[in-house]
Design a protein around this ligand. Structure first.
Ligand code: GDP
Ligand code: GDP
Length: 435
């Protein structure tokens, strides 16, 4: 279920991204073949003393050509809209600035818990510099040093104290899915078209003032929940069409989903931002369907669909497992097939294969293509077992994991995929040495 959210706001250069990276630490995973995913990160999972939360660095949200005051106002608004707890970060070396005052005044009226973190307090002598910041009217300032990693424990203790519990919906949500993609690819049109005349139940999440509104519907006796329908409706905020904000919104929806629909615009082809957004869904390990919308807009010959598929497979190399469906929100072409496809991907994502079936397939695979060797050593594979689902995660026990060549691992994955239907879900293969 969705985690509570903590946002960091403050002037440029006070150290927000330094602190963000310190708190998030090792959790930012590196997926080599998803380009651009790890750079410019403003949203990530974190935890402190068994409390899990998501962290946003609002400093990354930029309104192009806007004056400074408009920039930091938008950042404070994002924090108020998205977060349960806000950390206002200031620079202890500079003292209180006009900008700090401005942000503090906006946050003061938000009714959200705000914690003042005074950064760049690198040594004890500077400790007294924090008292200035009582004038912001937001309570005790917490001294920290991003450079030395000091004070973060006390700051996070305080964050945990005011953090709400995990948000649990009491309702049975069925299969949860979201639609992600660039602005104007047709996400909200698709939602409206999918819902059509279906019986729709809109639920405001209890226990949160955030405007995350999920929509439930039933198709062929299966219940579905569309995550973050509200986020798809434009509210006219200045930051709404910035790339970073739409990525942030997408990442939050991905978090709450079982299956993610990556929506592309057939009319415009594949853009850099599409790849970024799809990369986040892949990285999160969710079930994925690629939805090519506005198919009605395209002049088609017999090769058009095949060519478009080829382009998708080429541009999204890491998403070979994701099925592609060509639809139109306008004419409703193929939209009735979508719930069934989501259902199938969901079940593949949740799938569990017994060890005996798994090992039968693996042993056949090994006999067809012998394991690789390195020098005089040959990779020996003993057995495989599925240790988790959503996504399916298979541990392969071997004599020496360094002998497991990337291409052989891919070969095994393909053999598993041929024998068991894993359409739409990533598979995680982990090689371990048998003790
Ligand atoms: P942001 O713009 O608020 O995200 O700030 P950054 O994290 O990019 O940091 C701005 C500058 O302040 C960088 O040069 C950091 O190395 C430096 N910085 C960050 N934290 C500290 C700190 O605790 N002490 C000192 N002396 N410098 C810091
Ligand atoms: P969002 O920003 O991704 O939610 O996109 P919208 O749903 O607001 O759609 C953006 C624009 O594309 C609107 O003008 C829609 O009417 C139009 N649109 C959406 N889906 C289709 C489609 O399947 N075909 C055509 N021709 N236009 C569409």
């Amino acid at each position: 279920m969705s985690q509570p959210v903590v946002a960091i706001v403050g002037h440029p250069n006070v150290g927000k991204s330094t602190i963000f990276n310190r708190i998030v630490g090792q959790r930012i995973s590196i997926v080599e073949d998803t380009p651009g995913v790890t750079r410019d990160r403003i949203y990530a999972h974190a935890d402190w003393l068994d409390h899990k939360f998501s962290l946003i660095d609002t400093g990354g949200i930029e309104i192009s050509n806007a004056p400074f005051v408009k920039q930091i106002t938008a950042q404070a608004e994002v924090a108020i809209d998205e977060a349960d707890v806000i950390i206002l970060m200031v620079n202890g070396k500079e003292g209180v600035t006009d900008g700090d005052d401005h942000i503090a005044r906006i946050l003061y009226h938000s009714n959200k818990p705000v914690i003042v973190a005074v950064n760049k307090i690198d040594n004890l002598k500077q400790q007294s510099d924090i008292y200035d910041f009582y004038s912001l009217g937001l309570g005790d300032p917490y001294p920290i040093s991003g450079a030395h990693g000091k004070g973060l424990g006390d700051l996070l203790d305080q964050v945990i104290k005011v953090l709400p519990e995990d948000h649990h919906d009491n309702v049975n949500d069925g299969i949860k899915f979201s639609l992600i993609g660039r602005p104007n690819v047709g996400k909200s049109s698709l939602v409206n078209a999918i819902l059509g005349e279906k019986r729709v139940i809109v639920s405001k999440k209890a226990g949160t003032t955030r405007d995350a509104t999920n929509t439930h519907f039933v198709d062929h006796h299966q219940k579905y929940t569309i995550i973050d329908t509200a986020g798809l409706r434009k509210r006219g905020k200045v930051y709404e069409n910035t790339e970073k904000y739409s990525v942030l919104r997408a990442m939050r929806s991905i978090d709450d989903s079982d299956v993610v629909l990556v929506v592309l615009n057939a009319d415009e082809g594949i853009r850099e931002q599409d790849k970024k957004i799809a990369g986040y869904a892949h990285e999160a390990g969710k079930g994925i369907i690629i939805v090519v919308n506005k198919w009605d807009q395209v002049d088609k010959t017999s090769a058009t669909q095949r060519n478009f598929e080829g382009a998708i497979r080429y541009q999204f190399k890491y998403l070979t497992y994701a099925p592609i469906i060509f639809v139109s929100a306008l004419t409703k072409q193929r939209l009735n097939q979508l719930p069934k496809l989501i259902d199938k991907v969901y079940h593949n994502h949740e799938k569990r294969i017994t060890s005996s079936n798994l090992n039968d397939v693996m042993m056949d695979a090994i006999s067809m293509t012998p394991t690789p060797t390195s020098g005089t050593k040959r990779l020996r594979i003993y057995y495989a077992t599925q240790v988790a689902s959503a996504p399916p995660t298979i541990v392969i026990f071997v004599n020496d994991p360094t002998l497991m060549h990337f291409s052989y691992q891919r070969y095994l994955e393909n053999q598993f995929r041929k024998s068991f239907d894993f359409t739409g879900t990533p598979l995680k293969l982990i090689t371990r040495s048998r003790k």
